[in-house]
Design a protein around this ligand. Structure first.
Ligand code: ADP
Length: 295
C-alpha cells in the first residue's frame, strides 16, 4: 500500500515553562499540534501542519518544523498575539497553569475548516488527517469538513481536557476512524475509571477503534478483532511528560498512513512518546533526524 500523506490540524500555543527550581524557559513552544506534527514527521516524509499563529510567534518554532521537513504552508498568520500559557512543573512532574490566554483570543486564533485548502485533502489514496487536541466544537467542525471533502480520509482524533459534553464527544468520535482519549478524558466521558470497560462501551456505541493512552502503563486498544489489547510503555526515566500524548498520537497517525496495522502503529506511538518523556522540553523530538531516528 502507498504511504498516505498526513495532515496534522490543531491550535498553536506557546507554553512558557517554570521549572521546580524557579527558572523559566520556553520549553514547549507550539503545543499539541506542533508536537503531533513533529512526531508524525519521524515516521512519514509528507506531513503538513495546518494551524494559525499570532504575528508575534518566534520564527524559530516554524524553523524547527521546516528543518525537520514538515510542510508549514498551512500555517496562517493572524494579527495580534499567539496563544500563550505559563505552566509550572511540580516536583512530581505534574503541570499547573499560572496564566492562560483568555478564551476569546484563543477562539480567534483557532484553526478553522476554511484553513484546509481543497488540494490538501485530495489524492489517491486520500490523506490521514490527525485532529490534535482542541476545543470540542472546533474539532467537530474540522471532522465535518474533512468527511465532506475527503470521504476516504482516515481521521485520528485526540481528546482535549476541556471537553465536557459526553454525548457530543461520542457523536464526534463515531465519525472518526481512530479515537485516542487519555485515561483522564475517557474517565470523564464514561463517568468511571475503568479503561477496558469504557473503551468497550464506546465501541458498542459505534466508535470504530479506541486507543486509550495510559501514561506509564502504555496504551489499550479496542477495535475490530482487537478487544482490549494492551501495548506496554517503554520503561524510561521521566524528565518531562509535556506533549507525550500529542507525540503518541502523531506517531500513530503517521504509522497508520504507512499502512501499519493498529497494534504496530500504537507501538510506534509508545516508542516516540517514550523518547519525548525522557527529555525536558517537547521540542526534544526536533533534535532527531527523521532519517536516522527510525533505526
Ligand atoms: P496524555 O498526555 O494524553 O495524557 P499519556 O500521559 O497517557 O498521554 O501518554 C501518552 C503515551 O506516552 C502513553 O500511552 C505511553 O506510551 C507514553 N508515556 C507517557 N508517560 C510515560 C512514561 N512515564 N514512561 C513511558 N512512556 C510514557
Amino acid at each position: 500500500m502507498d504511504t498516505r500523506r498526513v495532515l496534522v490540524i490543531g491550535n498553536l500555543t506557546i507554553d512558557d515553562v517554570v521549572r521546580p527550581d524557579g527558572t523559566v524557559r520556553m520549553a514547549s513552544p507550539g503545543g499539541n499540534v506542533v508536537y503531533a506534527a513533529l512526531a508524525a514527521r519521524l515516521w512519514n516524509p509528507e506531513v503538513r501542519i495546518v494551524t494559525r499563529r499570532g504575528d508575534d510567534l518566534p520564527g524559530e518554532i516554524l524553523e524547527v518544523l521546516r528543518r525537520l521537513g514538515v510542510d508549514t504552508s498551512g500555517v496562517r498568520t493572524i494579527d495580534g498575539p499567539t496563544v500563550r500559557n505559563w505552566v509550572v512543573y511540580e516536583e512530581d512532574g505534574r503541570r499547573r497553569w499560572l496564566y492562560r490566554t483568555p478564551p476569546e483570543r484563543s477562539r480567534e486564533v483557532a484553526v478553522q475548516p476554511g484553513d484546509i485548502l481543497g488540494g490538501w485533502l485530495a489524492g489517491d489514496p486520500p490523506p490521514v488527517v490527525h485532529v490534535a487536541a482542541m476545543p470540542l466544537t472546533a474539532a467537530a467542525g474540522i471532522v465535518e469538513h474533512v468527511r465532506a471533502h475527503a470521504p476516504g480520509a482516515l481521521i485520528t482524533l485526540d481528546t482535549h481536557e476541556d471537553w465536557a459534553d459526553p454525548e457530543a464527544v461520542v457523536e464526534l468520535a463515531v465519525r472518526t476512524d481512530v479515537f485516542l482519549p487519555s485515561r483522564e478524558e475517557l474517565t470523564a466521558l464514561a463517568g468511571y475509571d475503568d479503561p477496558p470497560r469504557a473503551a468497550a462501551e464506546l465501541r458498542r456505541r459505534g466508535v470504530r477503534a479506541v486507543v486509550v493512552k495510559l501514561g506509564a502503563e502504555g496504551a489499550l486498544i479496542d477495535a475490530e478483532g482487537l478487544p482490549g489489547v494492551r501495548v506496554a510503555a517503554y520503561p524510561v526515566d521521566v524528565a518531562d511528560t509535556t506533549g507525550a500524548g500529542d507525540t503518541f498520537c502523531g506517531a500513530v497517525a503517521a504509522a497508520l498512513a504507512a499502512g501499519l496495522p493498529l497494534p504496530d502503529a500504537v507501538r510506534r506511538g509508545a516508542a516516540s512518546a517514550a523518547w519525548a518523556v525522557e527529555r525536558f522540553g517537547s521540542l526534544a523530538l526536533a533534535d532527531l533526524d527523521p532519517e536516522t531516528a527510525r533505526r
